[in-house]
Design a protein. Structure first.
Length: 220
């Protein structure tokens, strides 16, 4: 629980969670534990976290769960290897999501998200099953996606992995926006080049600045 709170507060300080937006969770034996609805992250304590079953029933906690609990439940159900989910409204990635643009493979770090691009899921109203289904589809074969007119989702085998990936998506989105603003057409990496990157990552045990475990690179 401490790792979830620390991650939420770090992301909030970075401006990734404006106006109490975004949510984080981790898998439990019966379901998952998620951040509450409507509480400022700098005030978050372990007692504020909400335990949920995979049937969508509260299993502990004094607060209401985030309105996006359906999104988290659907991802855990579809991706048994996912142990943590980070959903942010980080500004640059959200700007691309509002343009409904995928992030193409202009940089080798795209491979950290598991595929040849970072997809943008179709728009659906927040807090709905439709949004959950759209996110699961966009995450097929991936570890991160954008949500149209909404934000970002990243998954990992730990909270630190999911947080690291959410940060990297924001970094990539910023670079892509800079190219679009300069009217520079990015030169995409080929599938063969991306395959080489993934193989290099797996052999190298790639770590990012806040300590991503090498197992992230094996997450499918």
């Amino acid at each position: 629980m401490t790792s979830l709170i620390e991650a939420a507060q770090r992301l909030d300080r970075l401006g990734f969670m404006p106006s109490k937006a975004g949510n984080l969770s981790f898998r439990t034996a019966r379901g998952f534990t998620i951040t509450p609805s409507g509480l400022a992250y700098d005030a978050l304590t372990e007692g504020d976290l909400v335990k949920m079953t995979m049937e969508g029933e509260p299993a502990g906690g004094r607060r209401k769960p985030s309105s996006e609990w359906r999104l988290h439940r659907a991802i855990y159900a579809a991706r048994p290897e996912a142990m943590a989910i980070v959903h942010t409204h980080s500004p640059r990635a959200t700007a691309l999501a509002c343009a409904r643009r995928d992030i193409p493979p202009f940089h080798y770090m795209i491979a950290l998200a598991g595929g040849s691009d970072i997809r943008c899921a179709p728009y659906a109203l927040f807090g709905t099953e439709a949004l959950a289904e759209a996110a699961v589809a966009a995450l097929e074969g991936r570890r991160a996606c954008l949500l149209a007119n909404h934000g970002v989702v990243a998954i990992g085998q730990s909270m630190r992995e999911a947080e690291t990936l959410a940060r990297e998506v924001e970094n990539l989105a910023g670079m892509y926006l800079d190219m679009l603003a300069a009217r520079v057409e990015p030169v995409p990496l080929s599938e063969a080049e991306l395959a080489e990157v993934r193989a290099q990552f797996e052999g190298y045990g790639r770590r990012l600045s806040i300590g991503m475990a090498p197992r992230l690179l094996a997450l499918r």
